[in-house]
Design a protein around this ligand. Structure first.
Ligand SMILES: [Zn+2]
Length: 86
């Protein structure tokens, strides 16, 4: 199984890593943001850990972005539009 969150770059001291979803944002079609996580956390994630368990410091929007590539603000805008039907 290929993970959705893939490494972008390693930090100088090798304890953290920048990861990003390999998917593009389905709303604006641009690349998702990178997030810095612990290298050990990323290893746990690769070993089959869930994003919310592996990266507890990330907020729900960031976790969603790592999984689906959707920017938090794009998703919010989409939800706003789709529920604004009064
Ligand atoms: Zn977007």
């Amino acid at each position: 199984m290929t993970p959705n969150a893939i490494p972008e770059s390693f930090s100088g001291d090798g304890t953290t890593i920048e990861v990003r979803s390999r998917r593009r944002c389905p709303f604006c079609k641009s690349d998702p943001n990178k997030f810095t996580v612990g290298l050990e956390q990323y290893m746990n994630y690769l070993a089959g850990g869930l994003v919310q368990a592996a990266f507890p410091q990330l907020n729900p929007d960031a976790r969603e972005e790592l999984i689906s590539g959707a920017h938090g603000q794009c998703f919010d805008k989409y939800m706003e539009n789709s529920t604004d039907e009064s």
